[in-house]
Design a protein around this ligand. Sequence first.
Ligand code: DHB
Length: 548
Amino acid sequence: APGAARLPASTTTTSTSAGDAPSPALQLDPQAGQRIHVDLGDGRRLAVRAWVGLPTVARPLEADHQQLNLYIPEAYLRGERIGRHTARSAPIFLPNQVGGYMPARPGTPEGRGMGPPPAASAASAASAASAAQMAQGAQGARTAPAVAGGASGPVGTVAAAGPAGGAPSSAPSTIAQALARGYVVAAPGARGRTLRTADGRWSGKAPAAIVDLKAAVRWLHHNADRLPAGDVERIVSNGTSAGGALSALLGASGNGADYTAELDAVGAAPGRDDIWAVSAYCPITALGLADGAHEWQFNAVHDYRRIEMSMLDYRMQRTEVPGTLTPLQIALSDALKAGFPAQVNALGLTDATGRALRLEADGRGSLRDHVQGLLVASAQDALDRGQALGERGWLQLQGGRVVAADFDAYARAVGRMKTVPAFDGVALDTGENQLFGDATTDRRHFTDFSLAHSQGDAAGTAGRAPDLTVRQMDALRQLADGRNRVAPHWRIRHGTADRDTGLAVPALLAAAVRPRARSVDLALPWDRPHSGDYDLPALFDWIDERLD
Ligand code: DHB
């Protein structure tokens, strides 16, 4: 078979020298793949060669998560093409399954690595929601089911913010669609914030998840000559929410010096971990300034519909608890909002035309104009596609065109979901606090602001995560490191109905990428709630257009 021509003469896995020689276990055995058939949902089945549970590190702490699944369309093993792709040229799609910075198993063509499948019907989603309420005990009585469509939807409806944005459960998975498109798929697992080893030590705190994803990329480069198909110079990372943040982080931190010690410690393959393209849906990144970005947007909105912390993962049922900010929270919001312009201005970023993105002390300025422009573009795009915009007091139309958006009115309309601070909780009560623990500490602060305002038992004892750890998790910080190899192509999406982080976050991320990348495609899809993979044909077209 032509595909086999690329295989080395010997596929034995004997390493010759001791010391830093990579573990034989990190070498792909090209003959060990299993033949499977992937259901494409329309009656078609795709023949695929699958290698499941390949270890990506020699010294795993959590072997079930530090591994990847590899899928190669069998057409390539017969020397055939799929569309424009061949065995040699096929991009390698690298979808991570991380949500909520929780642990993730490698994805499969049948569905996601963790979490429930998308709800088949409102009824099954509703029963899942009530089970979640029961699990929350007394709090359940106060909870209202999540409204995935945003705060403007009718209370009492439930929709799963699943991988296909609420598509029927027969829809093929992201991995199945990528394979059908002719991509090789390498689906990595990753450790997450709740894992602990048998001796009780926390094993998935920052930077574990990004270390594991980098180890998977290194594994691909390391096995470049053993892969029956797939171009390791065309690795496309994909993820949503926390997974979108990690996807962006992979693209921002290629071969970064900040990660060498941890990669060595887990026994990652030596070599490169840079990638070619980033797809990031609603990345929960820029955690060093995300609290400020959130209050810059939502400061005037005091009523909230909070998502239960255990529900942060965008694929889980998102159960909302309504409430109103306390006077202390309002004071914290005022302080965070007041501090945000200095954080933005220190970045020294510009828009695509070279105009500086800045904020005045009162929160107005070119960054706000820029974000308003992104909202206008989103609404105009929806109009152009024939969608009805509905009742949107924050939008101004003239002669059938969208001409202006009012950021403050938008924030009031979309509604506040998070309390204050949104990410580094003063009571150490957010998922991000748990992400920034260490082997012996479950939760820590990661900003000076919240450390200074810390409350409760942990105040002053848990302290804050070291700056290196914070930097290791933040794409914005990594983009400021001139030594990193930044992915040349980026596609960032954040829906206009998504309140999980402020709109400044994707805007600043794109602006920080632009000087270091060949192409950056940022859009705010109209009315999309917190979700991802809802436009895969467009994503795949974008990838293919960049290949030439
Ligand atoms: C996710 C959502 C959040 O609101 C957050 O703070 C972190 C992660 C998620 O869905 O992955």
